[in-house]
Design a protein around this ligand. Structure first.
Ligand code: KIV
Ligand code: ZN
Length: 520
């Protein structure tokens, strides 16, 4: 781990705190895909999940630990030994494993949620860190709800954690209550109370309930923190976490004044943001700093005039520095397999063998209907098509009758994971509803649609349509995405992908998920 004093470590929690956002449910292969992109982005630490939370979480953390090289891979654990054992087992095969354990130090949490005493919390923190150190050398400890805790007590707990071998101390503003000057003062005082804090990495973890997550994180960095916990597109519990792209670009753009650096390859930011948005179904608001569609757009005549004359009149960063505006035309319908492989490699995606055949077939289908296939189209197609490594439900074809004066009716033909061809029909409220109902009828799975979103991958009339859905079946939910020139087909593909995940998780017949009473 780089410990130079001007280096700020970027700890990405998209897959843990981010995944706790309402409605997000990523499967293990989607998490792996995001983790691989985070490694390409250059984050220092990937918090891959909360292994005790469910068998799915465990499997995802284990898969990432085994397959993602470069960053430290962290697993979250409460102070219970069962949590720590699960986290230790899940990260065991990582190149650089970390266990991140936490317990609340605020009286609000101790009295009402944990229903215990400060003394017990102190004992649990000490024992948890010592236990985690039996498995790994890299242990992070967080006193949850620190900013609403009495600082003297938190200092006592933090001292104990350091004595037991914690290598990173993270100070969460769990409920996003702090103000930047107050948070900085809190950390400065903690340094006074715990001199040993100078021997470990101090980390900040700020939530955005008052819109101050990035400002608070930056104040923390100015007070001495050298690790920032953040998430792509700022996703996370409630209002979310500090947005990775904002804190990174702040440190990058104002480097001459701030004098600190990260190891992030900023040109991968836009692509990472698109991937996370696509797989989580969380839309990025158009005016979102750094990655919003309009973040580099100039609408007013005066601004346009200025930028045309000299870009820096109204732009403090270049769009290309975050990987935007790199959507140059790449392929057409005459492009061959080699050109496709080369274009994918330029996007950092290595595709070979059967996966390349699948990608090529799908690319040809699209290129036949669309004049040019851009880098952004390819990115969407790859996300859509190449994720599946196990057979799922696939669309063989659909027919739709619809019009203003007739009741919509759809018929679909599917191939099941077992290779069987099945057919279903449905009269619905509209075209999409009819197709989804027909899929339920053909598959025999009565899933319910909870969320539906439709987007265009690029601008223009022949843009690819991209659909994201969230389906619910009993107590389980799953998301799916589909891309096609025809939006009904894209919707059907998205629905089938989510249905496949639901069917698979049913097959896995997970043991009952653990009761996470004191959830982070
Ligand atoms: O917000 C929080 O306190 C957390 C901890 C687990 C670090 O997410
Ligand atoms: Zn959090």
């Amino acid at each position: 781990m780089d410990t130079e004093s001007d280096r700020v470590l970027i700890f990405d929690t998209t897959l843990r705190d981010g995944e706790q956002s309402p409605g997000i449910s990523l499967n293990a292969s989607e998490k792996l895909e995001i983790a691989q992109q985070l490694a390409r982005l250059g984050v220092d630490v990937i918090e891959a999940g909360f292994p005790i939370a469910s068998p799915g979480d465990f499997e995802a953390v284990q898969g990432i630990s085994r397959q993602v090289q470069g960053p430290v891979i962290a697993g979250l654990a409460r102070t219970q030994f069962a949590d720590i054992d699960a986290a230790a087992q899940a990260v065991r095969d990582a190149e650089r494993p970390r266990i991140h354990t936490f317990i609340s130090t605020s009286d609000i949490h101790i009295v009402h949620q944990l229903q215990t005493t400060r003394e017990d919390v102190l004992g649990q923190a000490r024992a948890a860190v010592a236990h985690a150190r039996e498995f790994v050398e890299d242990v992070e400890f967080s006193p949850m709800d620190a900013t609403r805790s009495e600082i003297e007590f938190t200092a006592e707990v933090v001292s104990a954690a350091i004595e037991e071998g914690a290598t990173t101390i993270n100070i969460p503003d769990t409920v996003g209550y702090a103000m930047p000057h107050e948070y900085a003062a809190w950390l400065e005082r903690l340094y006074e109370l715990v001199p040993a804090l100078h021997n470990v990495v101090l980390s900040v973890h700020c939530h955005d309930d008052l819109g101050l997550a990035v400002a608070n994180s930056f104040a923390g960095v100015r007070a001495g923190a050298r690790q920032v916990e953040c998430a792509i597109n700022g996703i996370g519990e409630r209002a979310g976490n500090a947005s990775l792209e904002e804190i990174v670009m702040l440190l990058h753009t104002r480097a001459a004044d701030i004098g600190l650096r990260t190891a992030i390859n900023t040109r991968e930011i836009a692509r990472t943001s698109r991937l996370v948005s696509r797989l989580t179904g969380y839309v990025v608001q158009p005016n979102k700093a750094i990655v919003g569609r309009n973040a580099f757009a100039h609408e007013s005549g005066i601004h346009q005039d200025g930028v045309l004359k000299e870009r820096t009149t109204y732009e403090i960063m270049e769009a290309t520095s975050v990987g935007l505006a790199a959507n140059s035309l790449v392929l057409g319908k005459h492009s061959g397999r080699h050109a496709l492989r080369q274009a994918l490699e330029n996007l950092g995606i290595e595709v070979q063998g059967q996966a390349l055949n699948t990608a090529f077939k799908r690319f040809k289908e699209i290129a036949d209907r669309k004049k040019t296939v851009s880098a952004m189209d390819l990115e969407a197609l790859v996300t859509d098509e190449l994720r599946e490594d196990i057979a799922g439900f696939t669309l063989e074809g659909y027919e739709l009758e619809a019009g203003t004066d007739r009741e919509p009716r759809a018929a679909v033909t599917l191939r099941t994971p077992a290779g069987e061809i099945v057919r279903g029909e449905f009269h619905g409220d509209g075209s999409v509803d009819s197709v989804f109902g027909a899929i339920n009828s053909a598959s025999g799975i009565q899933a319910t649609l909870r969320e539906f979103r439709i987007d265009a991958v690029t601008e223009g009339q022949d843009a690819l349509g991209e659909v994201s859905v969230v389906l619910v079946l009993g107590s389980r939910s799953a998301s799916g995405q589909g891309v096609a020139t025809d939006v009904i087909e894209a919707a059907a593909r998205a629905y089938l992908r989510a249905l496949t995940t639901l069917a698979r998780s049913e097959d896995a017949a997970a043991p009952a998920d653990v009761d996470l009473a004191p959830a982070p």
